[in-house]
Design a protein around this ligand. Structure first.
Ligand code: AMP
Ligand code: MG
Length: 485
């Protein structure tokens, strides 16, 4: 190392260290977090950098080196304080006060070029006071899976956190749910916030309405800015949160996504989706599909997600009661189903090629589609992709022409539901002018990508990494997702 290359110089030229950091949460005081130190890793191999996120941070991807990622987010040089956030939460219905950031911390909060405040949160960065018996680490496979989920969901129109980078860290980890020893990683998640429902639940547990109000003011000021000058901003905040969560879960449902761990510590106060562990995209439309092997009773199964999110919102009323009138909380929550249905129908309609339909027809088409998908057990994503791939103006001529060039047609006459579905779809197409056909084809293409993160796809990506350290399939898959293929 020459004199000109002292570690300090390296850090001061690292673009990640000179971003617009704001001590937004830090300035609320240490009731909400503990200052922690990051683990030191034996190795730092940059496995993923999300260059798509750099422009909104005001950075030019060309000007950011792999070494910049590694020194900032693998070695954690030059940034303090690192804050493990405190929270509790209901896990599978049981209150757990042994939570908090057990393998991560808030690295920093950045004001982006769009004016929004973003959290950089780590996952797999070492032990904290909340690690309990855990090692504070993230498996490489866990990192790969979260990167993929976040990108896929983002491109499916789900409001989600995304991963900024993932670095392999050279440790051997032992896990009950992966062949072990298994490789390790540290990941940086960029999200609108890491404040959870469980952050408020913890403050309620300690009977600190003063701290609840302080945090709520912060949340409204940063993430519900439109409400910050309203007289009844607290009630409006809850009503808005209900809407955001209802729409989020509708986005998951239309995307065929099962989050798998909808504990209240995994519910963001900004209504953003985050923390992707044992998630899965449904292979077929099965309402009782369970993604997590430890979800023995199917509490978080695919079609229970809306009611579980509603229940989580209801439980959040407990800590908010000291600040928001009970009647306002109830009135806010009462609109959940309406918001959910409106968003779900609108998204499903788009998957079927339509931006808008008359109401009774929308409901009929969506319901009949779901009946068919459930009855036939045809691939959920495959069905919509085949719609997009084989759509033709000829479908207007005869019900029997609908989907007839696709790979998924049941034998004609074998399924009365399919026949009825074709009759309905054909009828709806004929309600449109011929000039609308290109628009329908485009809507189908926009909402039904070919690339779907079904479990076998992720497993094959992981096998290439695990067996041959071959990252090409992973990189190719992310590129396909990001180019909406
Ligand atoms: P999660 O299931 O990832 O949402 O985590 C639930 C809780 O367990 C959080 O408090 C995590 O920080 C903690 N946790 C999960 N895995 C580990 C680990 N390997 N070491 C320490 N804490 C962990
Ligand atoms: Mg979590």
């Amino acid at each position: 190392m020459t004199l000109a290359e002292t570690p300090n110089d390296k850090n001061s030229s690292n673009p990640f260290l000179t971003l617009n950091y704001e001590p937004a949460l830090e300035s609320l005081g240490d009731d909400y977090y503990d200052e922690v130190a990051a683990a030191e890793f034996p190795q730092h191999l940059l496995r993923w950098r999300n260059d798509e996120l750099l422009p909104i941070l005001g950075l030019d991807p060309q000007a950011v080196t792999d070494e910049d990622f590694i020194t900032a987010f693998g070695k954690f040089e030059g940034r303090k304080p690192l804050l493990a956030l405190r929270y509790h939460g209901y896990q599978f219905g049981e209150y757990n006060r042994q939570l908090g950031d057990g393998r991560g911390f808030l690295y920093g909060q950045v004001r982006a070029t769009n004016g929004e405040l973003y959290d950089f949160g780590t996952k797999g960065s070492g032990r904290t006071p909340y690690s309990r018996g855990g090692d504070g680490m993230l498996t490489l496979k866990g990192g790969v899976r979260e990167v993929l989920a976040a990108e896929a969901l983002h491109y499916l129109g789900v409001r989600t956190s995304r991963c900024l980078t993932m670095i392999e860290t050279g440790l051997s980890l032992w896990r009950g749910d992966e062949p072990s020893p298994t490789r390790s990683s540290v990941m940086i998640r960029m999200s609108s916030s890491h404040i959870r429902f469980g952050t408020f639940e913890r403050l309620h547990y300690f009977q600190r309405p003063d701290l609840i109000q302080k945090l709520l003011n912060h949340v409204i000021e940063q993430y519900y800015q439109d409400l910050s000058t309203e007289k009844d901003k607290y009630a409006l905040f809850y009503a808005q949160l209900v809407k955001r969560i209802a729409e989020l879960v509708a986005q998951w449902m239309a995307a065929g996504f099962c989050h798998a761990v909808l504990n209240t510590d995994n519910m963001s106060i900004t209504g953003e989706s985050f923390d992707y562990g044992p998630y899965a995209f449904i292979p077929t439309y099965d309402p009782y599909f369970i993604a997590a092997y430890f979800d023995y009773y199917g509490r978080y199964s695919y079609s229970y997600q809306p009611s579980i999110c509603k229940l989580n919102l209801e439980m959040l009323q407990e800590p908010l009661k000291s600040i928001i009138d009970q009647g306002d909380l109830e009135a806010g929550l009462a609109r959940f189903d309406e918001y959910y249905q409106a968003e779900y129908r609108s998204l499903m309609l788009k998957k079927l090629g339509f931006k808008e339909l008359q109401h009774p027809q929308t409901e009929e088409l969506v319901n009949l589609t779901l009946d068919f998908l459930q009855d036939s057990q045809i691939g959920y994503h495959q069905f919509f992709y085949e719609m997009a791939r084989t759509f033709s103006s000829k479908w207007r001529d005869e019900p029997a022409f609908v989907l007839n060039a696709s790979d998924i047609v049941p034998v004609p006459g074998a399924s009365a539901i399919f026949d009825n579905w074709c009759i309905l779809y054909h009828k709806i197409l004929n309600d449109f002018d011929l000039s609308s056909i290109d628009g329908i084809a485009q809507t189908l293409a926009d909402h039904n990508p070919k690339t779907v993160l079904l479990r076998p796809v992720i497993e094959s990506i992981w096998e290439a990494i695990a067996q041959e350290d071959n990252w090409q399939p992973f990189n190719d898959l992310v590129k396909q997702i990001q180019s909406r293929q």
